[in-house]
Write a protein that binds this ligand. Sequence first.
Ligand code: ADP
Ligand code: ASP
Ligand code: MG
Length: 405
Amino acid sequence: MLVVQKYGGTSVANVERIKAVAQRVARTVKEGHKVVVVVSAMAGETDKLINLAHQISSNPSEREMDLLLSSGERVTSALTAMAIEGHGYKAIALTGRQMGIITDAVHTKAKIEKITGEKAKKALGDNYVVVIAGFQGITETEDVTTLGRGGSDLSAVAIAHALNADLCEIYTDVDGVYTADPRIVPEAKKLDKISYEEMLELASLGSKVLQTRSVEFAMKYGVPVVVRSSFNDNPGTLVTKEDEDMEKVVVSGIAHDTNQAKITVMGVPDRPGIAARLFKGIADANIVVDMIVQNISSDGKATDISFTVPKTDSKKTLKITEDIARELGAKGVDLREDISKISIVGVGMRTHSGVAAQMFDTLARHGVNIMAISTSEIKVSCLIDTKYTELAIRVLHETFQLAGA
Ligand code: ADP
Ligand code: ASP
Ligand code: MG
């Protein structure tokens, strides 16, 4: 069997952890498998590098940022390969470029276009363990890129697909995917399996246990993914195709996202083309807008439009929005960062009614005001004041009876 094992930041946080990773890899090889390892930077390293850059410049070039950030994963890939060699196995560390991970040129959130992987294939044929620096790639014109925060998950899934691996294991600091973030809800229950679709919703709604794009990729190509802990041998959570059992459960999990900001454009003229002008301007800057709420104007003349964007893009979006608002003759623009999005997710919602009402009722009973709502076939999201985040997750966890037995 060919296995891709991805180890996240806490799993390679220091020398002891890297040695533990090497030990697990050695064990897997001993069991007769070929192993490709994908590593993140040491825990906190990427943040440290970002912080350094911001001490040098308030607006660092994104190309240079990518070169800087890619260094964290280089360090752990080389150290991990050395540690594996310490167990008497041949190991070779490769950067994203050496792995032939070709991406587009959207720096800091590049998309993988193809993976050539020649060097890795040859090394695997020669019985090497291949250790690849996650989170990074290279453009056709040889500029280093990174794949967005948490992007080593995507590296792992894409590499598993490119090398036709039998399994992609994501090793992290929790035993698998839980019904809610186990750090916030201690009663949260580990799921044995979850559908790609539910996992995709949970990830995109803020459960950072897997990066959203990695789930998208796994679902598109049917890559079997297991999330498990690098700190023990407990079985993890299998992310796989939906089956009948999964539909019986109405709500599978709760996600929260505190990394969003809400922008409101006040007093926008109520006529065709306004929303198109505003959101085209934002999309042109490669900013992803999430929730959008437009009020019906009471006098037929002016209305308010609110929308959310990632906090990291809030200043940039504010500037663009202010320019467009002026051009459109709007009254003003307001930015709020103290907001959270709470979401319930489950494929069972397709066949059960009244789930959204139950969510709103639970929040209302606990005095939590809802600022915006969005729904899809398998999720309901509410935007709330950030100070109610934990309370909301806990009471919803209770309402939908997600706690373990
Ligand atoms: P890594 O560094 O290994 O990539 P991350 O910090 O990115 O790890 O992701 C693991 C974290 O995801 C956990 O520590 C946990 O707090 C968080 N998390 C959020 N939601 C969930 C969930 N539903 N199930 C499991 N973990 C979750
Ligand atoms: N080191 C990168 C980050 O912190 C990528 C990853 O860990 O997956 O976002
Ligand atoms: Mg992660």
